[in-house]
Design a protein around this ligand. Structure first.
Ligand code: ADP
Ligand code: MG
Length: 604
């Protein structure tokens, strides 16, 4: 019989750490929240090697008294609650008294702190939860917590950490989740000795949104404000044109804490219904304020999920807040409105382009600069509409010569077969056995996907170097996702450099996408890659990107096609693998045999 025995403290703490501390970003969350709980008005975060080497948070909050320092790192020791009733009226970010003890069990933890009453500060060092030293030190009022070598004693976990860029990306996301709903606090983020973000105190979340997500979104925000039935809602909703490929851009805060909540998400989705395609996600930043007794935040180890007393009320209030505000606003994007009102003079535009071009003359790395430019100065980097000639070209394999001549020959051969386009969406044609109804977009998508996949297998996708790089404002997290996948993206024809902290400049773009807008494609791409999470298999990633490319490059439902184009498309159907389904698995073709038709018409 196995004997039952209590686990040693270190093990208990390590197990607890497993729940809350997954990666450097989780440590960052705990430390920033502690600083807020201490009433800090200035918080500085420094990261080295994605947080694997160092995470340091310095605050000017209340500090910890010297004789309490040992307690701070003990499990289940907290200054924030003391009774069971307190658990249901939590006004602080932390309350479990678990974070520092857990962190101390899986890293080197150093705390230096002084309260305003104390003449001097105190410092302790913890490693593998043993307190190694206690000393008196001179330091300003407030607290500095340093975490070094996270998971040094849990190799299995350390192994799961990703590259410094990715980990830093997660850190930045956590930083944003804390800084966004706390504009009254000044924040700083440093990567090594480089200051990445400095956020002075401000009145309102809007400035923070702009600092994290760029001015483009900040211009397109609608203020939301409502205070009814005990729920206060303040924040911003982006106009529908600012939609994204993932729900990650829905920031919801409850009493200053970032949460994910399906009721709120559903209400948001509902409010935007009909304003964007069904597979797109709106961008919102909502701060909810509610009496802590109306919600249980003690249901998830990292408190990211909550349980409402009255979830219907939450849903209906959020929905009404958004809906009613939308009704009072013009939802057209500011960008086009502004263009119409005061267009940039062509001179201003030229200047701007010149400035960017100059920057890249100096900054372009040699390898990228060496590649011969495939495009002449007359080549536009972006075209809004697709010409029919382009389509014809694409049906025959784009700029790839291998299938182009064949396309024409066989198109001529199949010229006798009737082909018809219905509703500018479906093609109907005759076969020896019966008839086909084809979804033009789905089939073209499959054909392009196949071609790309074959080309990828034999090397790199053909790319166009852009004469003027396309600059795109992005979150630093998304930038680091792109950086993480740089090699893969290069193989796929996408190359970029960094241009400032929150801007990437795309320098080459896959030829197959020569008619697609670059910015939305790259933004969606970053969204989708970020969603893939931990170390996805390269093949999965390639599928993801090719899938997006094929979808973008393919003709759309609603595009009128010439006779020749329809024939080109149908002819290629026979040469691709799995032509019966598009890359997402939807059917491209419905097949009716003569026997089917005869049965349906009761001819037999
Ligand atoms: P919790 O936040 O759940 O109370 P922690 O383990 O995060 O648990 O912190 C333990 C205690 O240490 C806190 O209750 C608080 O009293 C003290 N503490 C931690 N960080 C700070 C800080 N930056 N400033 C002041 N006190 C702190
Ligand atoms: Mg805490």
């Amino acid at each position: 019989m196995a004997t039952i025995q209590p686990l040693p403290d270190l093990l208990v703490n390590k197990i607890a750490a497993g729940e809350v501390i997954e990666r450097p970003a989780s440590v960052v969350k705990e430390l920033l929240e502690n600083a807020l709980d201490a009433g800090a008005t200035r918080i500085s975060l420094t990261i080295e090697d994605g947080g694997k080497k160092l995470i340091r948070v310095t605050d000017n909050g209340s500090g910890i008294a010297a004789d309490q320092l040992d307690l701070a790192v003990m499990p289940h020791a907290t200054s924030k609650i003391s009774s069971e009733e307190d658990l249901f009226r939590i006004h602080t970010m932390g309350f479990r008294g678990e974070a520092l003890a857990s962190i101390g069990s899986v890293a080197h933890l150093n705390i230096k702190s002084r309260t305003s009453q104390a003449e001097e500060g105190a410092e302790i060092h913890v490693a593998g939860e043993e307190i190694q030293s206690r000393t008196a030190v001179g330091c300003p009022v407030g607290t500095t917590v340093e975490i070094r070598d996270l998971f040094f004693n849990v190799p299995a976990r350390r192994k799961f950490l990703r590259g410094a860029n990715t980990e830093f990306g997660h850190v930045q996301e956590q930083f944003a989740r804390v800084a966004l709903p706390n504009p009254q606090v000044e924040f700083e983020l440093c990567n090594g000795s480089r200051q990445v973000k400095h956020l002075p105190r401000c009145e309102d979340m809007r400035e923070r949104i702009s600092a994290f997500h760029g001015t483009e979104i900040a211009q397109d925000l609608i203020r939301i404000e409502r205070d009814e039935r005990g729920l206060r809602i303040v924040g911003y909703a982006a106009k529908p044109a600012q939609n994204r490929a993932s729900g990650k851009w829905q920031y919801v805060f409850l009493n200053g804490r970032y949460i994910r909540d399906r009721y709120v998400q559903h209400a948001v989705k509902e409010a935007y219904r009909g304003l964007m395609e069904h597979d797109r996600f709106p961008v919102v930043f909502l701060s909810l304020g509610i009496d802590p007794e109306q919600v249980d935040i003690n249901v998830h180890p990292t408190k990211i999920e909550v349980r409402w007393q009255d979830s219907n009320m939450i849903h209906s209030q959020v929905l009404s807040a958004l809906r009613e505000t939308f009704l009072q606003h013009d939802l057209t994007p500011a960008l086009s409105a502004r263009r119409a009102a005061a267009p940039l003079t062509s001179e201003q535009r030229l200047e701007e382009r010149q400035r960017i071009a100059d920057f890249f003359k100096q900054a372009t790395p040699a390898s990228a600069g060496d590649a011969p430019s495939r495009i002449g100065s007359e080549m536009p980097t972006q075209t809004a509409s697709v010409s029919m000639a382009d389509l014809a070209m694409r049906f025959q394999g784009g700029s790839d010569a291998e299938s182009a001549p064949a396309g024409r020959v066989i198109a001529a051969e199949t010229a006798r077969v009737p082909v018809l386009q219905l509703h500018r969406t479906y093609l109907v044609t005759e076969t020896d056995e019966g008839m086909l109804i084809i979804d033009q977009h789905a089939l073209h998508e499959r054909i392009i996907y196949d071609q790309l996949q074959r080309r990828i297998a034999s090397g790199t996708l053909e790319a166009q170097r852009l004469l003027i790089p396309e600059t795109i404002e992005m979150t630093s997290e998304h930038i680091s996702v792109l950086q993480d996948h740089r090699a893969l993206l290069q193989k796929l024809g996408i190359d970029f450099t960094l241009y400032g902290e929150t801007t990437v400049a795309v320098q080459s773009f896959p030829s197959v996408l020569h008619n697609s807008a670059i910015t939305p494609f790259v933004k969606d791409l970053a969204d989708r890659l970020a969603e893939k999470g931990n170390k996805p298999h390269t093949e999965v990633l390639i599928h993801e990107v090719l899938d997006m490319m094929a979808c973008k490059a393919a003709v759309k439902a609603g595009d009128p096609l010439t006779d020749e184009e329809m024939r080109g498309l149908i002819q290629q159907r026979d040469v691709v693998d799995k032509s019966s389904n598009c890359p997402h698995g939807r059917p491209t073709t419905l097949r009716f045999s003569l026997a089917d038709l005869e049965r349906q018409f009761k001819r037999t």
